[in-house]
Ligand binder design. Structure first.
Ligand code: PEP
Ligand code: MN
Length: 333
């Protein structure tokens, strides 16, 4: 349930609604709006009798939230969420491009790729220092050494850094080095990690699980938001279907579907969806055309020598083409 406060409600009146809600055994989370504040009640299993709430000073009305997710829902927050990080705005008018290698391999590799992607207009550098690999024998990432390389990339190029935390331990270090913390598809339902992500001040890029419904993705985002971190960016990265011509199937309809019910920004990862670099540009164009707020793309200066996901990493000249094509679509939009 949402308790909508009057336009002129005071801070004390909002606090007394929260105390009342806590007295009922639930939590009240204030959501400041342009005109008025709302208090979102979470933790209730079903119906809440609202007559006492309606009689509190400063309360305008109550609204029932019909979805199982509340803080993530557009019912609670009708305006799209815009996340600002320095000069970069995610969820605004311009699509934001995050680009870089699958994994941090060494300093020279990262700086080379970072300079290329920056030159063509990427704002955020991606690269995994902790890699969640299907095989325990595959390269697992450089760990903290990789994070230090990413910090150097930021220092030398001014690009922001997005990198993945794979467990509750390494999120502590990732939080120190990253500008945006990624939670990968394999961890979308790692609830302990999601709760921990709710306690950082850094934005979270939450990727959809291979076999997760949109509602499950939104419930995972709700875990993060309900712990206090409202800066969540969702990412469609392809789901598993019967077709095997691509690594995963990009669920292009997820973008308008999520936007219909949630205010959170939605990014698309065409690389892990396609698994093949030939499809990265067309899928990227499709994603932007249907309203994605940006892309996270794997780029490598020497894909055949990449330690992971070389087959889906695009070459620098393809990245230049991608950026030009995206620019054209943005002008059309
Ligand atoms: C990644 O972005 O490096 C990654 C492992 O992606 P996903 O979690 O979507 O598989
Ligand atoms: Mn990858």
């Amino acid at each position: 349930m949402l308790v909508i406060m009057k336009n002129n409600a005071t801070e004390e009146q909002v606090q007394s609604v929260i105390s009342h809600v806590e007295g009922l055994g639930y939590r009240g989370i204030p959501i400041p709006g342009a005109l008025r504040t709302a208090v979102c009640i979470v933790g209730n299993q079903g119906f809440i009798e609202d007559s006492q709430l309606l009689s509190l000073e400063g309360v305008k009305e109550t609204l029932r939230v019909t979805k199982p997710y509340k803080l993530v829902s557009r019912e609670t927050h009708p305006q799209p969420t815009v996340i600002t990080l320095g000069e970069v705005t995610i969820g605004g008018k311009e699509p934001v491009i995050m680009a870089g290698p699958c994994a941090v391999e060494n300093e020279e590799q990262c700086l080379t790729i970072a300079r290329i992607v920056k030159q063509y207009g990427a704002k955020i550098f991606r690269g995994g220092a902790y890699k969640p690999r299907t095989s325990p024998y595959s390269f697992q990432g450089l760990g903290e050494e990789g994070l230090k390389i990413l910090a150097k990339v930021r220092h030398n190029t001014g690009l922001l850094i997005v990198t993945e935390a794979t467990d509750q331990e390494n999120i502590n270090l990732v939080e120190e080095y990253a500008d945006i913390i990624q939670i990968g598809a394999r961890n979308m339902q790692n609830y302990a990690l999601l709760k921990r992500a709710g306690h950082t001040s850094k934005p979270i890029l939450l990727k959809r699980g291979f076999a997760a419904t949109i509602e499950e993705l939104l419930m995972s985002a709700e875990y993060i938001m309900s712990e206090g971190n409202s800066r969540v960016i969702l990412c469609e990265r392809g789901i598993r279907t019967f077709t095997d011509n691509t690594r995963n199937t990009l669920d292009i309809s997820a973008i308008p579907s999520i936007k219909e019910v949630s205010h959170l920004p939605v990014m698309v990862d065409p690389s892990h969806a396609a698994g093949r670099r030939e499809y990265v540009i067309p899928l990227s164009k499709g994603a932007i055309a249907v309203g994605a707020d940006g892309l996270i793309v794997e780029v490598h200066h020497d894909p055949p020598r990449s330690v992971s996901d070389g087959r889906q990493s695009i070459y620098p000249d393809q990245f230049a083409t991608l950026m030009r094509e995206i620019q054209r679509l943005t002008v059309l939009n």
